[in-house]
Write a protein that binds this ligand. Structure first.
Ligand SMILES: [Zn+2]
Ligand SMILES: [Zn+2]
Length: 295
């Protein structure tokens, strides 16, 4: 199967609204590995709809512990387990990921114990390894190399951009971050940069809708990037394609793809994809072309 990136959940923030997109999660199929990046609500449904067998769950990376990136980590692994998962899963995440997993299995103890006895399942607690990482090389196996860069997402200090490399292909995820120039070096020459983005004209309406006004606005401005800033990083890094993702706002009827494109074209002239749930971006060789599939 050719390498591909599937944007499973494309919105920023944990809220979901009728008919709207899901919070953050992505699937990266590279070098024969199934890699899940972030596990916001909807990741399990998204993987199934992308045609991935949950039994093939393999590597999971969490950029940071905000709920829109981690809320469905336990439920994803647990659902894969009830679907017949028989091979080990490794979860790479920031400090605190191990505690999350330990508490998740405690919260689900009744169900886990009863399925082991009643259905003869292996113990899920022995099938998952959690590796907590910091900046630098995160893992290197079978030609896959993953490295991390701490980004600027206050008040969260353990938030990491991730770079995946395999056989000359490279994909970089910005994670959640304010405009952070060192990302350009980290993403240098990547085939795809998946960068978070928000749109100025949508912030005020979003703040009014969510109802905690000034504090939310303050958080957004201090901790996230505008689309034009994402474009600046992509241009400075010289990446082949920019994918705008973790969109804020993502479900405002008055904001469409053309608004995102207009904003990012001020700083980025190259290949561009505006994320949508289920959108597939091809990763094969020189034709790194985005192709859309219905999902
Ligand atoms: Zn987020
Ligand atoms: Zn965040």
């Amino acid at each position: 199967m050719s390498d591909r990136l599937v944007l499973l959940g494309s919105k920023g923030g944990p809220a979901i609204r009728p008919g709207g997109p899901w919070p953050s999660s992505s699937l990266l199929e590279i070098g024969g590995r199934n890699i899940v990046v972030d596990c916001g609500l909807g990741v399990t449904r998204g993987l199934a709809d992308a045609g991935v067998s949950l039994k093939a769950l393999d590597l999971i990376f969490i950029t940071h512990l905000h709920s829109d990136h981690v809320l469905e980590l336990g439920p994803l692994i647990h659902t894969a387990w009830t679907a017949g998962l028989a091979t080990p899963v490794t979860v790479f995440g920031p400090p605190g990921t191990g505690l999350y997993w330990q508490h998740f299995t405690q919260a689900m103890q009744f169900d886990i114990d009863i399925r082991i006895v009643d259905e003869g399942r292996p113990d899920i607690r022995n099938m998952v390894s959690v590796v907590e990482f910091g900046e630098g090389l995160v893992c290197e196996e079978g030609g896959l190399e993953v490295s991390a860069l701490r980004v600027d997402h206050p008040p969260v200090t353990d938030c990491f951009a991730l770079r995946f490399e395999h056989a000359g292909n490279s994909v970089v995820f910005s994670a959640d971050t304010a405009f952070f120039p060192p990302l350009a070096d980290f993403a240098r020459g990547a085939d795809i940069l998946v960068h978070e983005a928000m749109l100025e004209q949508g912030i005020e309406r979003l703040v009014a809708k969510t109802g905690n006004g000034a504090r939310l606005r303050e958080h957004l401005l201090a901790s996230h990037s505008f689309a034009a800033q994402a474009g600046r990083i992509a241009s400075d890094a010289g990446v082949k394609r920019l994918v705008l993702n973790h969109l804020i706002p993502a479900d405002d009827a008055e904001i469409g793809e053309v608004d995102w494109t207009t904003a990012v074209r001020k700083t980025w002239a190259g290949d561009l994809t505006i994320a949508r749930d289920g959108l597939v971006v091809g990763l094969s060789g020189d034709q790194a072309a985005a192709r859309e599939e219905t999902a």
